[in-house]
Design a protein around this ligand. Structure first.
Ligand code: COA
Length: 146
């Protein structure tokens, strides 16, 4: 799609501009917590992709390149969201294409992500985009440490 362009959000102003979209996916974070958390995660290599449709910010994706014994060098997509007003226009597919190209350029052998069990529409999207359901993800909440 010619009217969608992707780039990395690198400045605090750009990251801050991603908040209203990221809030749609991560509503537990207020704006300052979001900025603080992104700056913290950047120390480990976290980055945010921003997708503009006709110059309007329409989608964002948080990701990190890492290594694991199980997966080798891979790109993990932490967060992927298209603005609720702009869905089914191909923005999500273009962000995934950008992420895949970036992963290839960095020598990653896999793209990986988790998606909540209730996100049936997103699962349909990922399957359409060539992902397979490869594992069950288990999680256990722990009491806060003092
Ligand atoms: C999943 C998501 C990123 C796809 O982005 P998108 O820009 O709509 O993607 P595309 O236009 O390339 O593909 C659209 C397809 O995604 C799927 N889809 C998933 N959720 C959808 C939604 N809420 N609205 C419309 N399509 C959705 C459909 O299969 C759709 O195909 P269709 O247009 O033929 O019906 C986007 O729908 C979204 O942000 N969903 C809510 C947040 C979310 O669940 N993120 C994934 C977290 S793991």
């Amino acid at each position: 799609m010619k009217n969608v362009t992707c780039s990395l959000a690198t400045t605090e102003k750009q990251i801050s501009a991603c908040y209203p979209l990221m809030y749609q996916l991560r509503p537990h974070l207020n704006q300052s917590e979001f900025i603080e958390q992104v700056i913290c995660q950047q120390q480990s290599g976290y980055q945010i992709l921003q997708a503009f449709r006709d110059k309007t910010l329409s989608g964002v994706a948080g990701f990190i390149i890492g290594h694991k014994l199980a997966w080798g060098k891979h790109m993990y997509v932490d967060d992927l969201i298209t603005d609720i007003q702009q869905r089914s226009l191909g923005v999500g597919a273009i962000m995934l294409q950008w992420l895949e190209q970036n992963a290839l350029q960095h020598g990653c052998g896999q793209l990986r992500l988790d998606s909540g069990v209730q996100r049936f529409a997103a699962h349909k999207f990922y399957l359409r985009e060539g992902f397979v359901i490869s594992s069950h993800h288990f999680a256990k909440s722990l009491p806060p440490s003092n």
